[in-house]
Design a protein around this ligand. Structure first.
Ligand code: PMP
Length: 284
C-alpha cells in the first residue's frame, strides 16, 4: 500500500496533500531521489542520501533534518508500506512561500517520502530490447542547471520522453550542447564494443547514476575494460550492444536506436550477463 510521510506526518494516497504555494510546485524548486527496496531492504540508501544532500547543497537548499534521521524515516516508510519490492521517492522542496520566485519567502524546506509499488518493464520486453530515439530537446547545459543536481526541474526530460512517445519509441536519449550523447530521460547510457564497456564521464554533465556505478563495478568484475568516455550517436549505431541503466529500469537493453538495429537487435550476450549479475547483486 502506498505510504507517504510529509514533514513528520504519515498519510495514505488519499490524505497526502501539499500547499499550492509550495515552491516545488510553483517553480520546480527542490530536489528528489528515486530509490528501490528489494526484499524489504533499501538498495544503496547511503549513496542516494549523499546524492540528495549534495543536490540540495548545490542549490542552496538546507534540508531540515540530519541524514541519519532521514534514513530512519525512509526505512520506517518502507516497513509501514508492507511492500517487499518497492519504489521510494524522497523529495525536498524549497517549501511554502509566496507567489514570487524569491526563496527567502520560504522559511522552511518541506520533506516528503513516498513509498509505492514499482512498475517495471515486463521480462519479454527487456529480452526484445527497447527502441530508442535521439530527442531534439538537449540536456540542460551543466552551467545552467547542472544535470548532476537531481532537481524537481524535469521539464526537459519530460519533453524528451514526449518525443519518444510521439515517435512510438520506448525511450529517448538526450544530447548535450556539444551534440554528445548525455543520458536518457531517467537512465544513463552504456555501449559495448568488443571487450570494452563505455559510458559518458560525469564531468560531461550527466547525473551520477547509482546503477551506473554498480554496473561499472560489475562490468569490471566480468573482465570487461570499463571506460568513461564521451559517446557520440555513431558509437551507439555501431556498438555490439547498448543498454540503459537506472534505479527503475535496472539494465534495459537497446534493440534499435534512431531506426538502426543495434548489434543482434535484441538483448546481447554481454548485456544479458550483466543483467544476471545485477539481479544477483541486488538480492545479496
Ligand atoms: N539520469 C537521469 C536524468 C535520471 O533521472 C536517473 C534516475 N535517477 C538516472 C540517470 C539514473 O540514476 P540512478 O541509477 O541513480 O537511478
Amino acid at each position: 500500500m502506498a505510504t507517504i510521510w510529509i514533514d513528520g506526518e504519515w498519510h495514505t494516497r488519499e490524505t497526502a496533500r501539499v500547499s499550492v504555494f509550495d515552491h516545488g510546485l510553483l517553480y520546480g524548486d527542490g530536489v528528489f531521489e528515486g530509490i528501490r527496496a528489494y526484499s524489504g531492504k533499501v538498495f544503496k540508501l547511503a549513496d542516494h542520501l549523499d546524492r540528495l544532500y549534495d543536490s540540495a547543497h548545490a542549490v542552496l537548499l538546507e534540508i531540515p533534518m540530519e541524514k541519519a534521521a532521514f534514513r530512519k524515516v525512509i526505512e520506517e516508510a518502507v516497513a509501514r508500506s508492507g511492500l517487499q519490492d518497492a519504489y521510494i521517492r524522497p523529495i525536498v522542496t524549497r517549501g511554502v512561500g509566496d507567489l514570487g520566485v524569491d526563496p527567502r519567502k520560504c522559511p522552511r524546506a518541506s520533506m516528503i517520502v513516498i513509498v509505492d509499488e514499482i512498475k517495471i518493464w515486463p521480462a519479454e520486453r527487456l529480452e526484445q530490447g527497447l527502441s530508442v530515439i535521439t530527442a531534439g530537446t538537449p540536456i540542460p547545459h551543466r552551467e545552467s542547471l547542472s544535470p548532476r543536481v537531481k532537481s524537481l526541474n524535469y521539464l526537459s526530460h519530460c519533453m524528451a520522453k514526449l518525443e519518444a512517445n510521439v515517435a512510438g519509441a520506448d525511450e529517448a536519449l538526450m544530447l548535450d550542447a556539444g551534440g554528445h550523447v548525455a543520458e536518457g530521460t531517467g537512465q544513463n547510457i552504456f555501449v559495448v564494443k568488443g571487450d570494452t564497456v563505455r559510458t559518458p564521464p560525469l564531468h560531461a554533465g550527466i547525473l551520477a547514476g547509482i546503477t551506473r556505478k554498480v554496473v561499472m563495478e560489475l562490468a569490471a568484475e566480468a573482465g570487461h575494460q570499463v571506460r568513461e568516455e564521451i559517446i557520440n550517436r555513431f558509437d551507439i549505431y555501431t556498438a555490439d550492444e547498448a543498454f540503459l541503466t537506472g534505479t527503475a529500469s535496472e539494465i534495459a537493453p537497446i534493440a534499435r536506436y534512431d531506426g538502426r538495429k543495434i548489434g543482434c537487435g535484441k538483448a546481447g550476450p554481454k548485456t544479458r550477463d550483466l543483467m544476471q549479475r545485477f539481479r544477483e547483486y541486488v538480492r545479496r
